[in-house]
Design a protein. Sequence first.
Length: 223
Amino acid sequence: MIKFFIKIIKNIFTTFVRACDYIISGRKEFSITTDGFDEDKYPFINNLNIGKKLLSITNEYISDRYSIVVINPVVLELVKSREKDFLNFTWKEENLGKYHSQKMINEKYHMIYIMSGLPIKRFKAIIAHELMHAFLYEQKIFTDDQPCREAMARWIEYKILKDLHSKKDIEHILKIKSLKHGSGFKEILKIEKKARKKPLVRFLIENKEEALNLQKAINNLSK
Ligand SMILES: [Zn+2]
């Protein structure tokens, strides 16, 4: 019984913290100033404010370079490994982050959870992965297709790791075998060549047939 009440109080507290976070910083997430922010000082990310700065930097980066523009506010939460059971997460090694779309005060916002203590390059790549989920949600792309959404998210994760020259992580991501965890991203790498200089997401939005072909190719991998 006592345990039950503690859990309820914890839940209320978490919701309250998230509400404050949303009201105070959620709306301004994109305008956080990153001037003079020295990334080299933070090899591992276990501080929420640093996490938010990196969220802002990564958001801007994927928007400029890959046309992945997320409109609604994004709220970030770092999760320590001992907390993940409390949040009912089933995190496997492939999943170091989690995305949720939430509603508060009649407005939608995105909730991103990331494992605390990740190395900075991995952290950025996972942020980009979760932002892709937010983008797909807003744009209603691959809404009913989990393997495709995961493939898209893995694809941007892979691109960021490549941009950051994170060799070890690239090897790791290339070894992912299951469609559920985004192994379909290799099909996206093939289609990317067709898009030439156009950002991939724009190419897919403008060429419905190519998007359908990609969807088929990814889902055929399971056969
Ligand atoms: Zn994902």
